[in-house]
Write a protein that binds this ligand. Sequence first.
Ligand code: 4AD
Ligand code: MG
Length: 469
Amino acid sequence: MNLVSIADILCGCISKNTEITIQGWIRTRRDSKAKISFLDLYDGSCTAPLQIIACDNLYNYKNEILRLTSGCSIIVVGTITKSIGIKQNVEVIAKKIKILGWIENPSTYPITAKKHTMEYLREVSHLRPRTNIIGAVTRIRHTLAQAIHNFMHKKGFLWIPTPIITAYDTEGSSKMFSVSTSENQHVLHNPKKLNHTDDNTCNFFGKKAFLTVSGQLNAEAYACALTKVYTFGPTFRAEYSNTNRHLAEFWMIEPEAAFMNLDNIIVLAEFLLKDIIRTLLNVRSDDMQYLVKKIDTNIITRLEYCTNIKFNHIEYTEAIKLLKTCNRRFNNPIHWGKNLFSEHEKYLSEEYFKSPVIIKNYPKNIKAFYMRLNDDNKTVASMDILLPGIGEIIGGSQREERLYKLDQRLQENNLTQENYWWYRDLRRYGTVPHSGFGLGFERLMIYVTGIKNIRDVIPFPRTSKNINF
Ligand code: 4AD
Ligand code: MG
């Protein structure tokens, strides 16, 4: 049995007249008057379907082939031939078709061949991978993840897993989920019995535990020994903001490098973004072309532009001046010392610079305790990268490597030295300048696909009031 994928056949790698076996699901069936059925088959290996020609000489043509509907699973033995149709170069003439799974009730099958809205598809998240759009998104996600690992490897970074369960609020934003043992197992099955006064959160670990918001602090420990490391894993934030850019569970790539300063990691971040986007355009041009047709006609042009231009740099203080003097009415106030709102970020990246922009050296009071204090004693060596249409995609900084300054920052943030004893040790024993950043993987996905809502670029999105599947 010469088992191949649809992508193997459509790329022209297998010579004509070869006998092959192929497995997949029916997208559509069309019957001609000449008693020939055309079956469009998909198997997830590429966007385009494979056309299977089924003639009435097949033993099950009348009883089974003519009853096939969208979603049925089949296994086909046949030969590859040149197609006379205009839609495809090659097709497969079936010798034998075995039906593996029928659709229970085709008239109520949730994924018909017609177009569905993204909102509807979210309600059937377990079936939406069967659509062309989610298929394309899934292959793009895979390609980007692989490109990231390859890039980091080429640059000498070691991949380390950092813990998902933690006792630390790295970002100090208190958007953490608690982790507790479920001694009341019955609660899982009888949620009504949940007693809200139960507090078993400390029983297992001996202290309160949470789902991590970032692997950075642990990554720093490894960077301070192995020089260049990165983590790439899920992170969690109890985000109530119901936007199309926030998830409660999302993936983050966090490089951390000893002996690098803010400017060094800015260069690294720009290189990383450009390199993986180029790889995507080369490797998944079929899916990108599909997105051009279905989502956004400009997407490839926009991505090519992003890989070719130099990103703009601006100091936070300069950005504030610019926003104050640009003669534009904003809904939210602009003050030095306050965070920029998304309307301000949009103005900078979409209207003023019309390209990616890196904002540097934010005021210390709006950034996390670990960022390195600048000589002005007011700002920290931090950076955010903003992309047009997305807003912040990367946040990073040089870390405070001087113990006395770190202690000052802990105190200013009402954090205790005792709690951070091991993090302080990194400064007590052979401290080095070091820096890193976090790239939100799903934000990257919405940027490269043009898909509007972040819930559609991760398989089973988790957001407030949404934990189905
Ligand atoms: O800017 P953030 O909070 O930075 C950190 O967590 C640092 N510890 C990273 C580091 O220096 N190692 O988050 C980094 C990125 C953001 O720029 C954004 O792209 C993404 O993570 N992000 C989210 N993506 C989806 N949903 C959310 N709720 C997100 N919050 C942050
Ligand atoms: Mg940030």
